[in-house]
Unconditional design. Structure first.
Length: 298
């Protein structure tokens, strides 16, 4: 049995903070998740990352591991098990929330309790499964249902996920009982889905404000106009003040992201100039050039 350097597996220093360890775990779990990674060894790396995080996320387990590691062990060293007086055996920890022990190495089991000792504890809840999904912005705004496909230890499966209206990027949806299977008759863990938004092409979310770039004609910008503007809640009419220019920002209050205090929609004008393709159109541009004493570079 070889010693495992859990800090090395996560790519963090031994004095890394809990937040740094969690951040490294989430980054690597996303990178090597079997549903995402194309690497041939992704599944093994995914299991190794999960095991390392399981060992280091709990302060008691981490202290015990650090004591052992301080004895000079390095990754790959021959390891015959912790010394008899080592204060880190299975009796020191509650593995009721760990589950899924079949994914852990003999090294982990030798430190924190072997399968037989843990089996004696009775039914155990399975581990939670973490995944990410990208959903359309409009689905997140209105709420709805999104069908997702997952591949885990139980094989491929498809789930219909209810999306609550107004969910924000980075928030999680918990699907009870859709995680890893329990042991000894214990319940399955939960599936935690972290929400991300697909690129919309029109709308961009900035906090609770929704941003939109709106093309307008030169005469609408110069003379003013009332034009239809798309919002996530439907089309509304927007008044463009006379003398507007590219880059001018107009605010539609309450038309942003829903919530106790809804955000606004910020509309940025973009003046688009039509091409002069006919003789009459060219003559009109020439007349404008003569009528206006205007230098856009002044």
């Amino acid at each position: 049995m070889q010693f495992k350097d859990y800090y090395e597996i996560l790519g963090v220093k031994p004095d890394a903070s809990d937040a740094e360890i969690k951040s490294a775990y989430r980054r690597l779990a996303r990178k090597y998740h079997p549903d995402v990674s194309k690497e041939s060894s992704a599944e093994e790396k995914f299991k190794a990352v999960n095991e390392a995080y399981e060992a280091l996320k709990d302060p008691s387990r981490r202290r015990a591991y650090d004591q052992l590691r301080a004895g000079g062990y390095r990754a790959g060293d021959e390891f015959r098990g912790p010394p008899p007086n080592w204060q880190g055996g299975a009796a020191d920890f509650d593995f009721g929330d760990v589950g899924g022990h079949e994914d852990f190495s003999d090294f982990f089991e030798s430190l924190f309790g072997r399968m037989g000792a843990r089996a004696a504890r009775g039914p155990r809840r399975g581990r939670d499964l973490h995944a990410e999904i990208a959903i359309p912005l409009e689905t997140a705004y209105h709420g709805g249902s999104e069908r997702i496909s997952l591949r885990d230890g139980g094989g491929d499966r498809t789930l219909d996920v209810r999306i609550p209206a107004g969910i924000r990027p980075g928030q999680q949806i918990r699907l009870v009982g859709q995680g890893y299977a329990g042991a000894n008759g214990g319940p399955a863990g939960d599936l935690l889905l972290e929400i991300h938004f697909r690129d919309d092409g029109r709308f961009t979310l900035d906090g609770r404000n929704v941003l939109l770039t709106l093309p307008v004609s030169p005469w609408e910008a110069a003379l003013g106009a009332t034009v239809p503007v798309p919002t996530l809640g439907g089309t509304v009419e927007l008044r463009i003040p006379p003398g507007s220019d590219t880059g001018r920002k107009l605010r539609l209050r309450g038309r942003g992201w829903p919530g106790a205090t809804p955000g606004d929609q910020i509309v940025t004008l973009q003046v688009r100039t039509p091409k002069a393709e006919t003789a009459g159109q060219k003559a009109l541009y020439e007349k404008m050039a003569n009528e206006f004493d205007f230098d856009p570079r002044a």
